[in-house]
Design a binder for this molecule. Structure first.
Ligand code: ADP
Length: 188
């Protein structure tokens, strides 16, 4: 069952990446609660975090509106990729997710969501940092041996947030941890 799951994840990543690359990604515009989406992802990853003795904390500021308009499945996918990595690679300590939002000035009233995921994991080696968002690129080879993966998760995440008028960046200190920050523009 685990092997099938791992294979399915690889196939889905490759299909998704190809679809986005070919310009065939259509984003939905539905009302959803981004807190619920983040809570769902945390709930899904909580057993893995618990098994490793990690603290997993999810926090949203009062500025985050309860209903926004966008593509909840793609927002979920980005959070899952980034948070999944943090929980997967961190051996001890904590993983914290923070949601914040800012309403843009102007008539549209669009909302810029900002999600920060920080961990106390191994960090990303300095030589790997410049290419971590490229397809099929992975960091520390010993992590890859232990955890597998495709090196597509962050490439997909970056393309998705860029399609949502946002961006993704990180700071990482090898041996201390990593913080990913990504933004997305959604409707009100
Ligand atoms: P995958 O997780 O399938 O290997 P990703 O594109 O999601 O691919 O990540 C690329 C690489 O970036 C990972 O293989 C890992 O080396 C590194 N990485 C990503 N997130 C973290 C993190 N939170 N801590 C340490 N390394 C990370």
């Amino acid at each position: 069952h685990r092997s099938a799951g791992a294979l399915l994840a690889v196939i889905n990543d490759i299909l998704d990446f190809s679809k986005i690359d070919a310009g065939h990604l259509r984003l939905d515009a539905r009302a959803f609660d981004v807190r619920d989406v983040a809570d769902d992802v945390c709930a899904l990853l909580a057993p893995m975090a618990h098994e490793k003795g990690l603290d997993l904390v999810c926090h949203a500021t009062a500025a985050v509106p309860s209903r926004v308009v966008g593509d909840p499945d793609r927002v979920r996918q980005v959070i899952t990729n980034v948070l999944g990595n943090a929980v997967k690679f961190t051996a001890q300590g904590e993983v914290v997710v923070r949601l914040d939002a800012e309403t843009e000035s102007g008539a549209t009233g669009a909302v810029r969501l900002r999600i920060v995921v920080s961990d106390t994991g191994p960090g990303i080696p300095l030589d790997a940092q410049p290419r971590i968002f490229e397809a099929f690129q992975q960091g520390d080879p010993s992590l890859t041996r232990r955890h597998g993966g495709t090196g597509l998760g962050l490439a997909i995440a970056r393309r998705l947030v860029q399609r949502m008028d946002g961006d993704i960046a990180f700071t990482s200190t090898p041996g201390q941890g990593t913080t990913f920050t990504f933004t997305m523009r959604v409707g009100r």
